[in-house]
Design a protein around this ligand. Sequence first.
Ligand code: C2E
Ligand code: CA
Ligand code: CA
Ligand code: CA
Length: 281
Amino acid sequence: SRVSQEIAYEFYSSHQREQNLEQLVLEDELIQALEESWFRVFYQPKIDGNTGAIVGAEALVRCQHPQKGLLPPAKFIPIAEATGLIVPIGLQVLEQVCQDQKQWNNLGLSPLKIAVNLSPLQFRQANLDQTIANLLSTHGLMLLPNFLELEITESCLIANVPRACEILTSLANLGITLAIDDFGTGYSSLEYLQVLPVNVVKIDQCFVRGLDTNPKNASIVKSVIQLCHELNLQVVAEGVETVTEARFLQNLGCDQLQGYLFSRPVPESEFYQFCLDWTAS
Ligand code: C2E
Ligand code: CA
Ligand code: CA
Ligand code: CA
């Protein structure tokens, strides 16, 4: 009826207004967060499937909000993407990673490969390679070979394969390792794996979950590992939570494992301690 339609409309529009307002508040807060350095980089180790050694880590951003506490990416990355603020946020993440990398180096930790997530917007920025080259040289890291890895989502790469190829080549020329993130979620053909200059494929956690008891996931992961190895690509499994999942992946020849089984993403100092303890035990 008309009345209920009007009521529905009233409800909808006030709900919309609230949402827009919330969006504006969040955008404002993200700008403040950038200016006042609220962003924190957490690290989650990656474990070698053969040797069990720590081979690297993924850098994952959080926002330390003075009132709301520690916010996960899901709370702010979508707005950061929509507003373009992901570009300066991403730069702060890269800067922090360079600083931490340098500090670990000074403390005598053997160099670890740190993987940083790159948003689609960052990926499409002109001069991305120049920006990263400047960052590396500013921090005196040009001579630490292969210390940086960039994780780029599959959907971002397949949107325009020839262009993605150009960008990836310019990054590869800097000695940066390139990983395809969330592999298997993009419903794409596999042809692009042959074409793009990438080194690593990260199997999405939805295929890793319960892999030891779910025959479909097991076949998918098995074939992905086989295919990637034939193409000379390293395979990382993310979201490894149980010992049985880890064993299963190791038996399939998965190169690296990452997940809560080993460690949640933790602040820099905790990660450093984790590296010392892991290597000692
Ligand atoms: P992602 O790149 O796929 O990262 C993996 C996510 O899985 C992380 O969530 C990580 O904490 C979580 N995870 C790791 N191991 C396990 C596990 O064993 N079980 C479960 N259930 N989850 C696990 P997080 O840190 O909340 O990050 C979510 C997403 O936010 C990331 O997904 C990535 O897309 C984005 N993100 C995080 N940091 C950055 C960043 O610096 N820049 C950009 N552009 N995006 C970022
Ligand atoms: Ca990632
Ligand atoms: Ca992922
Ligand atoms: Ca993901």
